[in-house]
Design a protein around this ligand. Structure first.
Ligand code: UT7
Length: 352
């Protein structure tokens, strides 16, 4: 039997820098309610959202991902030629072919390295963190640029009360690389295909037609354009989250070897402020423990929400580089991923 070469990498991995891009257009609850049958008060009370960013004009998923990635690179101090792989976590890149990461990497000035998209819904960034740190530990890459970027509003029906008020657009990124001490715990990640239909799209690409039960083009007078959109059975996801996520969080802390008392920051996916408050309480985390609440002005940006929330906390001083943070991503799939990490240094101020 031949013995084929293997690789060995660096066991200790950390986030070395962070960057973000928030689209220019701010959309208030009042503006959403110009089309949606809802009220600004209902939206704020039930989701915690006051406003969100929607992409417009010259912004695209490609451009916002590249800007966030370039900022993370600059803040990490790692030269572009030292990046060995680029991972783009997204559920809103609109072509199957080509995928997004190679073009985004090229725009940042990184060409020729492995670059691929990773789709795991709102759990995407956590999955990316597990894959990227695994690559560095296994020796297939030394530095990885990990981007979470979404233009969720391309697939949202502005009249759908289950999604229109929740989702927003944005991009966040980190650079991962070897570190003196380890800063990324093993992931506690998983999926539940039995509940896959709880978050779905309403277009069947195989038969090239809308799924009749989810077809929302009901009023050709006022809404003449049929559009592919996402359907979310919110309460069903809420119930799944309440059962699945506390277990994932406890296991993530246990596997990290860090005591619960040593967690300094909680950065859950920004799906709904009420879910996050409940998780914090149920986990027995101190009431005054800093917790991300970027959803208030950014909305739910799916795979971009964790790096965006992390960047916001570091930029505003709510959290500091080197602090121990508990992360948890969850959503379509249904999928989830929890990790304990040390936070990267605060980003340099940016002019958007
Ligand atoms: O990011 C991926 C993971 N996603 C999540 O984790 C999402 C989890 N789910 C949620 O965030 C929430 O389920 C939603 C925010 C989507 C919905 O909030 P909810 O509190 O679960 O509302 P509900 O669907 O149980 O509806 C409660 C009431 C109903 O009225 P009645 O029957 O009590 O009279 C709805 O008709 O609120 C009504 N309602 C609305 N009213 C105004 C539902 N949606 C709206 C709306 N505006 N947009």
């Amino acid at each position: 039997m031949v013995n084929i070469n293997t690789t060995t990498g660096h066991q200790n991995v950390a986030m070395l820098g962070i960057g973000a891009y928030r689209p220019k257009r701010v959309v208030t609850n009042a503006e959403v309610c110009e089309v949606l049958d809802s009220t600004p008060e209902w939206i704020e009370e039930r989701t915690g959202i006051k406003s969100r960013r929607w992409f417009s004009e010259d912004e695209t998923l490609r451009s916002i991902a590249a800007t966030a990635g370039a900022r993370a690179l600059k803040n990490s101090g790692v030269a572009p030629e030292k990046i060995d792989a680029v991972i783009l976590c997204t559920s809103s890149w609109l072509t199957f072919v080509p995928n997004g990461a190679p073009s985004v990497a090229y725009d940042i000035g990184i060409n020729g390295v492995p670059a691929f998209d990773l789709t795991a819904g709102c759990g995407g960034f956590g999955y990316g963190l597990a894959v990227a740190s695994g690559m560095i530990r296994g020796g297939t890459a030394e530095h990885v640029l990990l981007i979470g970027a979404e233009t969720m509003t391309v697939g949202i029906n502005p009249k759908d009360r289950g999604t229109a008020m929740i989702f927003g657009d944005g991009a966040g990124a980190v650079v991962l690389g070897p570190s003196e001490v380890n800063g990324v715990s093993p992931a506690v990640w998983g999926s539940d295909g039995e509940n896959a239909s709880a978050i779905r799209q309403n277009f069947d690409f195989l038969n090239y037609q809308f799924v009749a039960a989810d077809y929302q083009h009901k009023d050709p007078e006022t809404d003449p354009m049929p559009r592919m959109s996402m359907i979310m059975e919110g309460p069903r996801v809420f119930r799944w989250a309440a059962i699945t996520l506390p277990r994932a969080l406890s296991e993530a802390i246990e596997n990290s070897g860090v005591a619960k008392e040593d967690i300094e920051v909680f950065i859950p996916h920004q799906a709904n402020a009420r879910i996050n408050e409940l998780m914090k309480q149920n986990l027995g985390l101190p009431e005054d423990l800093p917790m991300a609440n970027d959803i208030e002005t950014t909305g739910n940006t799916s795979a971009a929400s964790i790096p965006l929330a992390m960047e916001e906390m570091l930029r505003t001083g709510k959290a500091k580089g080197g602090q121990v943070a508990l992360l948890l991503g969850f959503g379509a799939g249904l999928s989830y991923s929890g990790q304990v990490v040390t936070l990267p240094p605060a980003p340099a101020p940016e002019e958007d």
